[in-house]
Design a protein around this ligand. Structure first.
Ligand SMILES: [Zn+2]
Ligand SMILES: [Zn+2]
Length: 65
C-alpha cells in the first residue's frame, strides 16, 4: 500500500487513497486520484502550487489561440 509522501518519502498517517478505477484502458494508470502527501507545508505547496500553475497555463493557451 502506498502511504509515503510522494515528495519527501515520509510516512503519511491516515492516508486513504481514492482510486478512479483499476487502470485498465484509463489514463489514471490505476494510480490514486490524490497522491499521498504529508502535512509538511513545503510538500503541500509543491503539489498544489504545481496544479495551479498547470491550470493557469492551459487557460492562457486557450485565450491566446
Ligand atoms: Zn512530504
Ligand atoms: Zn481510471
Amino acid at each position: 500500500m502506498i502511504n509515503k509522501c510522494i515528495l519527501c518519502g515520509k510516512k503519511v498517517k491516515n492516508y486513504k487513497p481514492e482510486y478512479c478505477c483499476n487502470g485498465k484502458e484509463c489514463g489514471c494508470m490505476g494510480l490514486p486520484i490524490e497522491p499521498p502527501l504529508c502535512n509538511d507545508k513545503k510538500c503541500q505547496e509543491k503539489v498544489y502550487g504545481k496544479q495551479k500553475l498547470k491550470q493557469e497555463a492551459s487557460d492562457g493557451i486557450r485565450r491566446y489561440i
